[in-house]
Design a protein around this ligand. Structure first.
Ligand SMILES: [Fe+2]
Length: 234
């Protein structure tokens, strides 16, 4: 076997190990309210992106440090305005940074009263930080599945586990072990903007109806790096 092939297999194994480690390490993790005492100083969106690249450049990512970095950034609309592209009727996902394939950094724009469906995060980690306005996050238990039903959902009613209001600069964290969520802009007068980090990136997730019926939804980019994407590039 060629050396390059061995390198490729080792890299793939490292990535699988990293994902496994992250899932286990964060099974019961919820975002902290305060930044850590020691960590990089984040004075701008550029600092934030630089610090995230440094953090994700290793095989083992410190989830508390990622939380710290997201919390430390104080929203400055001048820095993120070019990414914030709205649609009147639905929330938009706007790519800010590809994270060398290890994470995606997105800005989500929420028109007045706009809401997501109840969804999971495709076994990835999701950090969500408020940049403008308010959002309300409703959480639900991940429905049970049974082997007898060949992986079908056994429950027939989503169970709500809590509701959290999010205000400017707040950070929330969720993964599938912690449940599902629905995010909504509670205001019918103001728009909201949030910054999301997904690790590893994913291009589809599951959405759930109140009766636990599950469907797969492809996730798309409304814009990339500040430029509106064409339909075939989403
Ligand atoms: Fe989400």
């Amino acid at each position: 076997m060629s050396l390059s092939k061995i390198d490729a297999i080792e890299t793939e194994t490292e990535q699988i190990d990293q994902e496994k480690y992250l899932r286990q390490a964060t099974q019961y993790y919820t975002a902290l309210e305060k930044p850590l005492k020691y960590g990089p100083v984040i004075d701008s969106l550029t600092d934030l992106i630089t610090a995230l690249h440094r953090e994700f450049d290793t095989n083992y990512v410190n989830i508390e440090m990622v939380n710290h970095i997201m919390l430390s950034y104080k929203s400055n609309p001048k820095e993120w305005r070019k990414y914030a592209k709205f649609d009147r009727y639905k929330y938009t996902r706007n790519l800010v940074d590809f994270g060398n394939g290890r994470f995606n950094l997105l800005i989500l724009c929420w028109g007045e009263g706009v809401s997501s469906s109840v969804h999971d995060h495709a076994d990835s980690h999701c950090f969500m930080k408020m940049l403008k306005g308010d959002l309300r996050e409703k959480r639900y238990k991940y429905p049970h599945r049974t082997e007898e039903q060949l992986g079908n959902i056994a429950d027939d009613q989503l169970v709500e586990t809590g509701e959290t209001p999010m205000a400017l600069n707040d950070v929330a964290y969720i993964n599938d072990n912690l449940g599902l969520h629905r995010v909504e802009n509670p205001s019918h007068a103001d728009t909201s903007v949030s910054l999301h980090l997904y690790c590893p990136p994913f291009d589809s997730c599951s959405i759930f109806q109140e009766n636990c019926k599950k469907t797969t939804a492809k996730v798309t980019f409304w814009s990339k790096y500040g430029v509106r994407t064409k339909l075939n590039e989403q």
